[in-house]
Ligand binder design. Structure first.
Ligand SMILES: [Zn+2]
Length: 227
């Protein structure tokens, strides 16, 4: 099998998802150089950071962070697009892992109990085939050694694409779209809510608010990229 793998790699080399260079044997998904230059926010090291601020006065979030800055001009621009629309689940998984390892140094994140991706509606899940946030959450869960929960919260309303809407419209559009399906699993837990990107924070706010209705829960937020 190893020989077959080596041969396949020779014929169809695995390339870095960011820069396109051929990956070395010890590299996964993105090369070491791209990993090194990834525009990290390091928000997990400062409590009052720009992601945390998004939720101030809206919903009580213990800690919030984003892994990197989503910059349209950078070579990292298409990573999320590849993950979301071209089914590159490995990108979510691997970036989630790196992100997870980094969050482990932060006391605020280290003590979470569960990793929970923002769920997609069943219809959308069928259409896309997978939940991109779940891939990221799976990587985080692996790196932080915390259980992944993809069942306790469900998305009950199928909302249309959210582009070109005002914040208020989006808020109307997402309010009440999530439902907790299993209170016992979440009760008393500190939940790390995971999403791919954060822009207005409306979806995360709606999901967190629903979780916080369960007794004794706390919510922290980790998104892969910040626009
Ligand atoms: Zn690269």
């Amino acid at each position: 099998m190893k020989i077959l793998n080596d041969l396949l790699n020779l014929l169809f080399p695995i390339t870095c998802a960011a820069c396109g260079n051929v990956l070395m044997k010890n590299e996964r998904v993105i090369c070491l150089t791209c990993n090194y230059y990834l525009p990290r926010t390091n928000f997990h090291l400062e409590r009052d950071n720009p992601v945390a601020v998004i939720f101030w006065g809206r919903v009580k979030i213990e800690n919030a962070t984003a892994f990197y800055y989503f910059n349209k001009a950078s070579r990292y621009r298409h990573l999320i697009h590849e993950l979301k629309y071209r089914g590159r689940k490995d990108i979510g998984l691997e970036l989630g892992r790196i992100f997870g390892y980094e969050m482990m140094v932060s006391p605020g994140f280290r003590l979470i109990d569960l990793v929970l991706p923002v769920p997609l509606h069943k219809k959308k899940l069928i259409k896309r085939g997978f939940n991109q946030s779940e891939c990221i959450a799976r990587g985080i869960s692996e790196a932080m050694n915390k259980p992944l929960d993809t069942l306790s919260v469900i998305r009950t309303v199928y909302s249309d694409t959210q582009t070109r809407k005002t914040r208020y419209d989006r808020w109307l559009n997402v309010d009440g779209i999530f439902r907790v399906s299993d209170q016992t699993v979440l009760s008393g837990k500190h939940i790390l809510l995971v999403d791919d990107v954060v822009t207005t924070g409306a979806t995360i706010e709606a999901c967190a608010s629903e979780i916080l209705k369960v007794e004794g829960t706390k919510v922290s937020v980790a998104v892969l990229a910040m626009a």
